[in-house]
Design a protein around this ligand. Structure first.
Ligand code: ADP
Ligand code: MG
Length: 339
């Protein structure tokens, strides 16, 4: 009575996996931006149409992909970033699973064009419905462009779950801002339907924080800079007087990766406990750096959750670092002569 077991075709496997990696256009954009950063780009330009549903195009001036590797880049579990389990434990790049491009290609019409520095010309591959068109020569400056058109065109059931272009755009913009905060040294542009939303020059962190979180935040933010036992926390904690009614200006990065983590939230929240009204939310842009071996970023395909080996110590450290910055500002406010 039982049905025979069959191996699923690759294309279907990719489409299923894509459901996890690419829940919406913003998730595809995040994968593409991370690839550009991993490729060492100093300039990244994003073009979106209709909230990224119609088009996501990311252009960078990074290290590019050799012509012979173009097709492989779109293969599942094909990556240039790790080679062994040991590498996985010390992963320093944002990507490493080798499934970003394969997943996106499975649910869109994807064009990958690349020219490594010094190469005579660029090559382009086009993926659609699991089929890869053979590489063709193309005109392109040094670097890479990935064009993703019609997200979920071939999976109507999923396409129905996409929200309005405005909502999808808001998610894309948030993904762009997270990468932009973590990489002030990269020149970044975001255009939506041909109109420029962000044009960010090469910045210092303080300048970029001012651009993205606003001048009010930057003017009153407290600088955080703490180090202990292999942990470093730097960045800016918003003045308690600027507490917001929403959580949307809370940025926490672990080794350059944006995370939304219970332990982290709790530690920061607790540091603000005595100075911020309980129904207000602090704004912050904080960067935790630690030995990659002390944190597992491989918990979730989109990697917003992490697992710390020494969770309690990390919690304590974040709490004390933020608390100290806030206490210093309070002391300053109490004694105006220090001015
Ligand atoms: P991962 O980032 O996990 O390695 P991806 O599917 O996102 O997997 O990318 C596969 C490979 O394609 C990468 O390992 C990298 O070698 C190459 N690649 C993708 N995007 C770019 C880019 N913008 N510039 C240079 N190489 C890229
Ligand atoms: Mg990737």
């Amino acid at each position: 009575m039982s049905a025979r077991i069959q191996r699923l075709p690759d294309h279907l496997v990719n489409q299923i996996a894509a459901g996890e990696v690419v829940e919406r256009p913003a998730a595809a954009l995040k994968e593409l931006l991370e690839n550009s950063i991993d490729a060492g780009a100093s300039r990244v330009t994003v073009d979106l149409a209709e909230g990224g549903i119609r088009l996501i195009r990311v252009n960078d001036n990074g290290g590019g992909i050799a012509a012979d590797d173009l097709a492989l880049a779109l293969d599942r579990h094909a990556t240039s970033k790790i080679r062994s389990l040991d590498d996985l434990e010390h992963v320093g790049t944002l990507g490493f699973r080798g499934e970003g491009l394969a997943s996106i290609a499975a649910i869109s019409r994807l064009t990958l064009t690349s020219r490594p520095p010094g190469a005579e010309m660029a090559w382009q591959v086009l993926a659609q419905d699991g089929a890869l068109h053979p590489p063709e020569p193309a005109a392109h400056a040094e670097g890479t462009t990935v064009e993703v058109a019609d997200v979920y065109f071939n999976t109507p059931a999923r396409r129905k779950f996409l929200k309005s272009p405005n909502t999808e755009y808001a998610h894309c913009e948030a993904a762009f801002e997270r990468i932009a905060l973590a990489h002030p040294e990269v020149e970044m542009t975001l255009r939506h339907n041909g109109k420029v939303s962000w044009r960010l020059a090469r910045h210092t962190l303080a300048e970029r924080v001012g651009q993205l979180l606003g001048n009010d935040f930057a003017a009153s933010a407290l600088s955080v800079d703490a180090q202990a036992a292999g942990l470093t926390l730097s960045g800016f904690a918003g003045s308690p007087t600027l507490g917001k009614s929403s959580r949307d200006a809370q940025y926490f990065f672990v080794n350059g990766r944006f995370v939304r983590d219970k332990l982290v939230n709790h530690a920061v929240r607790q540091a603000y406990h005595d100075v911020l009204h309980h129904d207000r939310h602090p704004s912050y842009a904080l960067f935790l750096t630690l030995d990659p071996a002390a944190v597992d970023v491989n918990v979730h395909p989109t990697k917003v959750e992490v697992r710390f080996r020494e969770a309690q110590a990390v919690h304590q450290f974040i709490f004390h670092a933020v608390n100290k910055a806030l206490a210093a500002s309070k002391a300053g406010a109490d004694s105006p002569t220090e001015g």
